[in-house]
Write a protein that binds this ligand. Structure first.
Ligand SMILES: *Cc1c(COP(=O)(O)O)cnc(C)c1O
Length: 371
């Protein structure tokens, strides 16, 4: 067995993977148009639906080759009927990305902006839906990875349905980590990519959504060739394959990752992420760092930490010190606040976090940074 250096990735994805997932990519060469490969994708699509408890007779899953943003692009450009609008419930960078997709395709939309430090106000969402009966798609990111805020998607989805719209949620940084039940959570379309909660490799993204809505979207304006949901769905239905070349090795890795996901189980995996998050919060508090988001509205997957005031502080130096010792931390500005993020994604546990804080403490000492 090959020995591969293990890095603890505390960035918001790609995440630390198991060796078995890494090695699952080393397979005999295969043409993805072979029946054997189509068979693998059939099982994969069905397993992805199981992760979010999507009934086979109501939902389908459609695979794409690309990073997670391709899903945002596809859902927005494919699911808006002629003369209708998208309502983006926007409290962060990833929701803003959906607004930018609307702008890029010249799709009528409402950018319902609210504080990045808080959850959206449901009464404002409802009033906006009342005032805009032409909203056909309500869109909201489940876990705003840039801050760590978890949004109340079940409630937003219920409002969307009450006012006759469909609900699309970007679940890229929660799927496979925080239990999601698309039926109970009122989600018509969710999405993710293989390298986040499922702990596989980058290059494969997928959308899980209502089959009847995808079929209806055949008659909606088409705004992209490569990134059209109905076209890819139809191709899968007809042939069992992706329309264009799939990320072959990533698919093998994802199949292995799903096997490991079901072996561990939804609840146990959720509990592990939770204890990793709690260990991060504990370590941060112990060292005297300040955080940005109220833990009550945090996903339990990302902690946004404020840069200390000390003039000796240098994110780059601390990052490099940790990186050289196998730990990756990630910078990010929230509004006007300089922060870095510590994330509980990937196959890591409390011991890794304890080891990380030993290294971080050494880094602070090395550069005489006081908190
Ligand atoms: C990671 C992520 C994406 C996808 O980003 P890519 O850079 O395209 O992989 C989309 N939405 C959320 C919430 C994410 O965390």
């Amino acid at each position: 067995m090959m020995s591969i250096k293990r890095n603890v990735l505390l960035n918001p994805g790609p995440a630390t993977t198991t060796d078995t997932v890494k090695l699952a990519q080393v397979v005999p060469d295969i043409c993805p148009r072979e029946q054997e490969f189509a068979g693998l994708m059939k099982g994969l699509r069905s397993d992805l639906q199981k992760v979010v408890h999507a009934p086979e007779n109501e939902y389908t899953s459609v695979l794409f080759c690309g990073s997670g943003t391709i899903n945002i692009d596809i859902c927005i450009n494919s699911l808006v009927p002629e003369g209708k609008k998208v309502l983006v419930v926007n409290n962060g960078a990833y929701n803003t990305r959906a607004v930018e997709v609307c702008q890029m395709y010249h799709i009528p939309h409402i950018d319902l902006k609210s504080s990045v430090f808080e959850q959206p106000d449901l009464t404002v969402v409802e009033q906006t839906l009342k005032d805009n009966p032409d909203v056909a798609v309500v869109y909201c990111c489940h876990h705003e990875t840039g801050t760590g805020v978890l949004n109340p998607i079940r409630e937003i989805g219920a409002l969307a349905h009450q006012y006759g719209a469909i609900f699309v949620s970007d679940t890229t940084s929660s799927l496979g980590m925080i239990p999601l039940d698309v039926v109970k959570d009122n989600v018509d379309f969710c999405m993710a990519s293989a390298q986040k909660g499922l702990m596989a490799m980058s290059g494969l993204s997928f959308i899980i959504g209502k089959t009847d809505i995808i079929k209806a979207s055949k008659n909606y304006p088409t705004r992209s060739y490569y990134c059209n949901l109905y076209l890819q769905y139809e191709y899968f239905e007809k042939t069992g394959e992706m329309h264009f070349t799939p990320p072959v090795q990533t698919i093998y890795a994802t199949i292995q990752a799903l096997k490991e996901y079901f072996e561990v189980g939804e609840e146990a995996k959720f509990a592990r992420h939770r204890r990793v998050y709690e260990a991060i919060r504990e370590g941060v508090t112990e060292l005297g760092f300040k955080t940005v988001i109220d833990p009550k509205i945090e996903s339990g997957l990302v902690v946004s930490v404020k840069y200390p005031d000390d003039p000796n502080w240098s994110f780059e130096k601390v990052h490099d010190y940790c990186y050289q010792r196998g730990f990756t931390i990630y910078p990010g500005k929230i509004s006007t606040t300089n922060t870095f993020r510590l994330c509980a994604l990937g196959t890591i546990d409390v011991k890794d976090i304890e080891d990380f804080f030993v290294v971080l403490k050494d880094a602070l000492k090395e550069y005489s940074i006081k908190l």
